[in-house]
Ligand binder design. Structure first.
Ligand SMILES: Cc1cc2nc3c(=O)[nH]c(=O)nc-3n(C[C@H](O)[C@H](O)[C@H](O)COP(=O)(O)OP(=O)(O)OC[C@H]3O[C@@H](n4cnc5c(N)ncnc54)[C@H](O)[C@@H]3O)c2cc1C
Length: 442
């Protein structure tokens, strides 16, 4: 087989724009093109390109855009599993499954995300406290590596490669397809409530008390007033209901063209305190019924949020802090934000339950999620926050933070070295590389 053409150089940027580069790219639409990839040249798979770090591209690697591989291969309705190609998007599967009273229970915030991206990023939704993360739904993976051929992976067969692939950021090879465990559709609509909270610690207490009674729960906070009221906000809780199946969100959702930001940063250090204050007053106390799609994918109908940071973009930082340390951690976080007069586009808490493993973002505790305009001050702020995260036994979400250094990941993840070694054993040539893998020395 002759080597596939690498195509012209394309400009790639992560959501948030912090990591970007030009790279060769191919968009194969048949297996024989994929299977002709050479075993000695750097390569990386890409799904929808909706990661907040440069996880699917690198200037020296060929990006393989997998979106043409998007077919449903088999639905086992009785066994409640779906065998699907890796390039299928959550939006395309939502409608197919809803018609049959089924759903994928773990859904990240945007419907354009692919199954390959969900597996490689071990993504979470809003209900990981009850359902777990995407790793818990993956039953089998068909993986292609040019040096190994096609491998069928599950928890028994090639279990080591299966473990490395789930949450492995595409570094073991190209996921061709996967069998995913389904759940009965949770409801046709969702009753959403925004309950005011006095601060982040208050949100933690309320989530601990109420989480098990809600289908999903997360919080939103206004951290810009820098005074005693810093952290005021609301809990967003949702209960699925039978209702009618108005798919308004599904009909109205739009692709996220994150590579074309507005020419000026409307979200900046001056405007964000004002915008957050207005948003909090508008949203707190809201209660209403939404269609299921809208409640699962709140970002799907507001792509302008991402453009409003302007050409410099933004950084997402997410850290998972164990329950025992969260209250003290939040005190240190708020003090640091106060000292820096740091502005945020978003501050949110989610509760997690699960097992810490390899480099996956999973475990017991509270996840603190931040969006910051990508200014030099924010980078200095995050460098100090990394130290506090590590001190409080936190782990950062590696697929979300485009500036996270290798030293921090090595200090936070007890299995960092093990991940590297196991990867090198499977693939001594280490041909799957990305900006993320180079930055994290993986
Ligand atoms: C608006 C928005 C909301 C989000 N909300 C959440 C959320 O709630 N929870 C959460 O966890 N994440 C969330 N994310 C992050 C997102 O879910 C992950 O970054 C996800 O991995 C992106 O998938 P993708 O299809 O865009 O893949 P890409 O960004 O293209 O790639 C992501 C990684 O997956 C690998 N990959 C993709 N396809 C394959 C394949 N076929 N074979 C092997 N590797 C592959 C790539 O190499 C790369 O390492 C959100 C992102 C956005 C933009």
């Amino acid at each position: 087989m002759s080597e596939p053409s690498r195509g012209p150089l394309r400009h790639f940027t992560c959501v948030g724009s912090y990591e970007r580069c030009q790279a060769a790219c191919m968009e194969p639409d048949r297996y024989r093109t994929l299977l002709a990839l050479p075993a000695n040249k750097p390569v990386i798979a890409m799904g929808a390109g909706l990661s907040l770090a440069g996880a699917g591209f690198s200037s020296d690697a060929l990006t393989v855009d997998m979106r043409h591989f998007n077919r449903i291969l088999d639905l086992d309705q009785e066994g409640m599993t779906l065998h699907v190609e890796a390039g299928a998007t959550l939006a395309s599967l939502f409608s197919f499954l809803a018609d049959r009273g089924l759903m994928i229970a773990v859904q990240p915030g945007h419907p354009g995300i692919t199954i390959g991206g969900c597996i490689a990023g071990n993504i979470h939704g809003k209900n990981q406290y009850r359902i777990g993360t995407f790793a818990d739904l993956v039953e089998e993976i068909q993986l292609f590596h040019p040096a190994h051929g096609i491998l069928d992976l599950n928890r028994q067969r090639h279990a080591d490669v299966f473990e490395l692939t789930v949450g492995g950021c595409g570094l073991t090879g190209i996921i061709l397809s996967a069998r995913i465990r389904l759940h009965p559709e949770a409801g046709k609509s969702c009753h959403v409530r925004h309950t005011p909270v006095a601060g982040m610690q208050d949100a933690v207490q309320q989530m601990k008390g109420q989480q098990q009674h809600e289908d999903f729960m997360y919080s939103w906070h206004d951290v810009t007033p820098f005074g005693g009221s810093a952290g005021k906000g609301f809990l967003v809780s949702g209960r699925f209901e039978p209702g009618t199946h108005e798919r308004n969100g599904w009909r109205n959702h739009r692709p996220l063209h994150h590579a074309s930001p507005w020419p000026l940063p409307v979200f900046n250090g001056l405007s964000l305190p004002l915008i957050n204050g207005i948003y909090r007053r508008l949203k707190q106390g809201y209660a209403g019924t939404e269609d299921l799609f809208t409640s699962l994918f709140p970002f799907a109908i507001m792509p302008s949020y991402f453009h409003a940071y302007g050409p410099r973009g933004f950084i997402e930082h997410q850290v998972l802090i164990p329950d025992a340390h969260i209250v003290d951690y939040l005190e240190r976080f708020l003090a640091l934000a106060h000292d820096f007069r740091q502005s945020f586009g978003m501050v949110s808490l989610k509760r997690f339950r699960g097992e810490r493993k390899l480099l996956r973002y999973s475990g017991d505790g509270f996840s603190v999620g931040l969006h910051l305009p990508a200014t030099p001050k924010a980078i200095r702020f995050l460098a100090q926050l990394d130290e506090i995260d590590t001190q409080f036994m936190g782990i950062a979400n590696i697929i979300k933070d485009a500036r996270l250094p290798a030293s921090v990941v090595a200090a936070q993840f007890p299995e960092y070295v093990q991940f590297r070694e196991r990867l090198a054993t499977f693939d001594p040539g280490r041909i799957f590389t990305s900006m993320l893998s180079r930055r994290l020395a993986l």
